[in-house]
Design a binder for this molecule. Sequence first.
Ligand code: FEO
Length: 426
Amino acid sequence: MRLLINIINQEGKQMNNTEIKIAKDTYWVGKIDNREVPFHRLVLSKGTTYNSYLLKTGKPTVIDTVDMEFGREYADQMEKLIDPLDISYIVINHTEPDHSGGLAALASRAANATIVCTEIAVPELQEMYKLHARNFLVVKDGDTLDIGGKTLLFKETPYLHTAETMITYCVEDKILFPCDIFSTHVAVGKLFSDEAGFDITEDFKGYYNAIIHPHRRYVRTLIEAVKDLEIEMIAPSHGFIIREDVRKYIDLYAELSRETTQGKKAAIVYTTLKNNTKKMAGILQNTLQANGIETAVWDAEKSGMSEILDSIAAADAVFIGSSTRYADMIGNLEPLLKELQQMNLEGKLAAAFGSYGWSGEAIEVIQDYLNGTNMTVQSTSEVIKSTGMTHVEFPIRVRFSPKDTDKTQKIKNAADFVSDLLLSSF
Ligand code: FEO
């Protein structure tokens, strides 16, 4: 069953969407959805809300929209507040369709509006909503926009939780509009957390754990971005608006994203043809060690099998790599991999890597061997399913030399991902 829950104001008066003001000239134009919504492979047992905001300034501006299922209803609601042709800007902080989904309906009526977003977001919005002919304003970290009586400041917050994400801060009102960040998945018909009738902390933490924590490395960027902002209200795009104890909730993100374990170890074992796989091992080692993970590196051709196996037995994460020659691994990795299948390596993380010139079969053969152990083997498929990240790939495949910036970054991303798994308690 789907309901639009009416918002009750502090005096107990039932309000229409058109009357919901959260600050001077700033209106909530959202949708409360109390279905048990399937979402990120979770079922939102308390429902959720899609919060959109209209700033009725000299250059009227909308910040985020609602889920695509409610686009027409949303645009109808917006028309009760403003002639859409008067809208100057539509800010899209995050392109996922639960927030950008109302854009198609709104943009078709708001024909004069410029869409404001990060550079990465432009082609996504153009493709999703057929907006190739629309005006876009690309904003970068720290840019400001005068919307006629108010000023918006934009901060890029990539990977919280997708690459194109940014947050918007209204300088005059001291309101942060962070879209997914600082949200809750609760639909109880109250707009503000202090009116909820219960402590929202567990819901706030639950949302963080489900949506933000897999990207906790990037919470540092967020904390840095907001540390000098005077924030009196957080107006996210799911759940409660926070206007009391605002810093408590920001501090919770800083606390929950901290590393919680120490003393982790990694072992990297490789064979190499032209030193490219060796260079990959070096990049992995440097990244892991920069993250505080003690890392041993072994050239399987130059080290004894028992020494390597002892190192693997003591490690929390194991990386095995080989160059590809004649569509297979090189050197003496195969006996080692067979030995690993006989060992109890439960609880360890494992990843395959390698440089290649044509097809990179060796990397896939290593992956197959690792899948035959009882380690948790990293794969692109699992990364996408568990986090939504598409910039982290396993096995780690690099064509020829890893020295190009993009290739080096790819290796670092994988090492950072494993580091984050090791250093987080959940
Ligand atoms: Fe609420 Fe990432 O969408």
